[in-house]
Write a protein that binds this ligand. Structure first.
Ligand code: ZN
Ligand code: CU
Length: 487
């Protein structure tokens, strides 16, 4: 038996990622590329290719789309430790962007990761992006990986006392380190000014780093300093930094958090549209009303529900509501939160109407923000993409199928500068997902988050069949490190 030289996906509804209306047709894959797209390709195969060389897959009734790009992940270490990447691949994700929220595993070496770095697990052993890229190549994950460099990580690498702004020498060291990371292929910078280790950094510190990013044509993503009462100030700070430096800005997991701020996407989204008049700006979003991060007592207000996703000192509380744990212990929720640290939680801090408004906005891309190291993770880790396609697209008709796919593919590749990916086009890389638009849906829940979704039929990564609906795990691991063009 010889391996087929090409794959023909026949008769599917081609949703090409550009946002254009779907057309019924065929997609021919050969090597790591899409060779041709069009009607009836069987009868007009390119010269040198006979039908005997082609594996034909009937895709009638199914959608054929570019592989989804998860633009907001904390998968830096998990692509090395669990390279099958089943939580993502099973959703149709073929590329993950790592290093978000100011937190990246490279460039930093430490045995016991402190503070917010615990979100990424324990693999802090890469002094450079080159070393990280080498490890990715060795691990051969099932999905492609593009890496941002975290501002908080740079601070840890170059500063002893993170409670102060960087001094001139430290800032110079951070800029030099970032420059080297970009030269080695990192796609940009992320910040997480909301986190304690970055909060003391003034806007100027970030702007200086963003200037380095501009020289290398990278992007800047940010977890804003505030997503609560001060969100507009935080948005102005981020957009001013990006504008002054001349880099494209992506606002991470855009939300208005806390009951006092519900409804304020009516202010934030028009501000984004207004800023778009002077600079490239976009945002990512996950389709849930709960956020998730490390346990922090300032996020515990006694009003919203808080679900424990892990706790080092009290693992038995995993998956329980903080209020119930506090009642059992006879303490306040904040006191219980303190006792549970280090740990993580889901915070039910958003209003459904805000989530919908952000999802429906033409500048929003889908990013899961899944936390793969949590014992009882937020359901977005396994469900974000099918939930957008199924619940919000098909069932609630918040957008068309074409728009939903665009938010996961073409728009994402454009904003993150991923070359020749994000659309089904002849000559481009063959990252492809075949799914059933009528059946696709998320099954992962807050109670039972480790559930694989339904309706994703086949996933190709760089032309290789990576997953089918009935395969328990990845078939071939053909993911690559996607280095910034010019690196
Ligand atoms: Zn974040
Ligand atoms: Cu994040």
């Amino acid at each position: 038996m010889t391996t087929p030289r090409a794959t023909l996906l026949e008769g599917g509804r081609i949703v090409d990622g550009s946002g254009a209306p779907a057309v019924i047709g065929d997609v021919l894959l050969q090597g790591d590329r899409v060779l041709a797209v069009g009607p009836q390709l069987r009868s007009q195969l390119p010269a040198g290719l006979s039908l005997a060389d082609v594996e034909c897959i009937d895709c009638s009734g199914l959608a054929v789309a570019p592989g989804f790009i998860d633009v907001h992940t904390h998968d830096d270490a998990i692509v090395l430790d669990a390279p099958e990447m089943t939580p993502k691949l099973s959703q149709g994700v073929t590329t993950v962007i790592t290093g978000n929220c100011g937190l990246s595993v490279a460039p930093y070496v430490v045995n016991e990761p402190p503070g917010a770095l615990t979100l990424l697990g324990r693999s802090f052993r890469f002094p450079s992006v080159a070393a990280y890229a080498h490890a990715v190549a060795q691990a051969a994950p099932a999905v492609n990986v593009a890496a941002l460099v975290g501002h908080t990580t740079l601070r840890y690498a170059c500063m002893d006392d993170l409670s102060a702004p960087a001094d001139a020498g430290q800032l110079q060291a951070m800029c030099a380190l970032l420059e080297r990371c970009l030269q080695e292929g990192a796609i940009g910078l992320s910040s997480g000014l909301f986190y304690a280790e970055a909060m003391p950094a003034p806007a100027d510190e970030v702007t200086a780093l963003a200037r380095v990013v501009a020289r290398h044509h990278g992007v800047y993503t940010t977890h804003l300093r505030s997503e609560m009462a001060d969100i507009l100030d935080a948005m102005h700070e981020a957009s001013d930094s990006a504008f002054a430096a001349g880099v494209p800005l992506i606002i991470s997991h855009h939300k208005c958090a806390g009951p006092a701020n519900w409804g304020r996407t009516r202010e934030t989204l028009p501000l984004i549209d207004q800023l778009a008049g002077r600079q490239e700006i976009a945002m990512d979003v996950y389709p849930y009303v709960a956020g998730s991060t490390v346990l922090r007592e300032d996020l515990v207000d006694g009003v919203i529900d808080v679900l424990v996703s892990w706790s080092a000192p009290h693992p038995q509380t995993t998956g329980r509501l903080l209020a119930a744990v506090a009642a059992e212990w006879g303490v306040t929720q904040r006191e219980a939160c303190l006792r549970l640290q280090p740990g993580g939680a889901c915070y039910f801090q958003m209003h459904e109407d805000d989530v919908r408004r952000v999802l429906a906005h033409p500048r929003s891309m889908i990013g899961s923000d899944g936390l793969p190291h949590d014992r009882h993770p937020h359901p977005r880790l396994w469900g974000a993409f099918p939930r957008v396609l199924g619940r919000y697209g098909r069932d609630e008709q918040l957008f068309t199928l074409e728009q939903a796919v665009h938010k996961m593919t073409g728009l994402s590749a454009r904003h993150f500068r991923l070359r020749e990916r994000g659309e089904i086009r002849a000559g481009w890389f063959a990252d492809v997902v075949v799914f059933d638009p009528a059946r696709v849906r998320d099954l992962s829940t807050y109670e039972d988050p480790l559930q694989r979704c339904e309706g994703i039929e086949r996933v190709y990564v760089n032309g290789q069949l990576a997953l089918t609906a009935d395969a328990p795990s990845s078939l071939q691991r053909a993911g690559r490190m996607l280095l910034r063009p010019g690196a």
